[in-house]
Design a protein around this ligand. Sequence first.
Ligand code: IPE
Ligand code: IPE
Ligand code: MG
Length: 257
Amino acid sequence: MVETLVFAPTKVNLKEAINKSRLPKHIAIIMDGNGRWAKQKGMLRAFGHENGTKAVRQTVETCAELGIKYLTLYAFSTENWNRPKIEIDTLMRLLVSSLKKEINTLSDNKIKLSAIGNLEALPKKVHRELLEVIELTKNNERMTLTLALSYGSREELINAVKEISHKVKNNIISSENIDESLINKHLYTQNLPDVDLVIRTSGEQRISNFLLWQIAYAELYFTSVLWPDFTKENLYEAIVEYQKRERRFGKTSEQIS
Ligand code: IPE
Ligand code: IPE
Ligand code: MG
């Protein structure tokens, strides 16, 4: 009992346990569990989504403070279009209001907003607001915050294959020149580095069509915390765990050390 008390990591030392020289450059988060969080409280799913936006703000600020260069948040998948219309409407409404509300936070923290996904499929109002904030923050260099909206990795790959085959057909490129870097250039994520750490909340252990190509060598971290409950400390915990892992990229442990 005494030992547990002595060794239980406190909020302060979790942050201090992070090695600043080995931060993940790119963190991608599957923000899951809003619906279950609300249900547990006897509330409607919309309440969970509203509270999820608070966790978004805190996570964005914490990543910027820590010095994470790229943060990508899965906010709405291509499959999420299959949800009831009323829920989709709520999510889109929250998106517009959050963008309006957070523009100052983004500017104050020198965060550049970007978006990946089939943005044309979003309601006009959302699309317009999004482009506006992207434009207003385009010169910020502290951190790039990317929202995955109407995003599906398979759709992204299909689009890339179509574009590349079109270029081959028109002799713009030769099929001999198709390599990883060329494929990267045809993805929505062309300006982002590979993902180092994927975090998924809510206890589900799956990828749900998120960045399939880009997470080829990412470390995966699953937590049972529901997204609206996700705190700074939960993020520190994920980073500390990431830093304990040895990323071998196919090599042997001896080659790494
Ligand atoms: C994540 O929470 C938000 C979105 C997918 C938009 P969910 O809405 O998926 O919550 P659960 O999984 O039903 O609890
Ligand atoms: C994944 O969550 C998409 C987002 C977090 C935006 P879902 O809750 O939609 O995933 P599945 O369908 O349960 O796998
Ligand atoms: Mg879910």
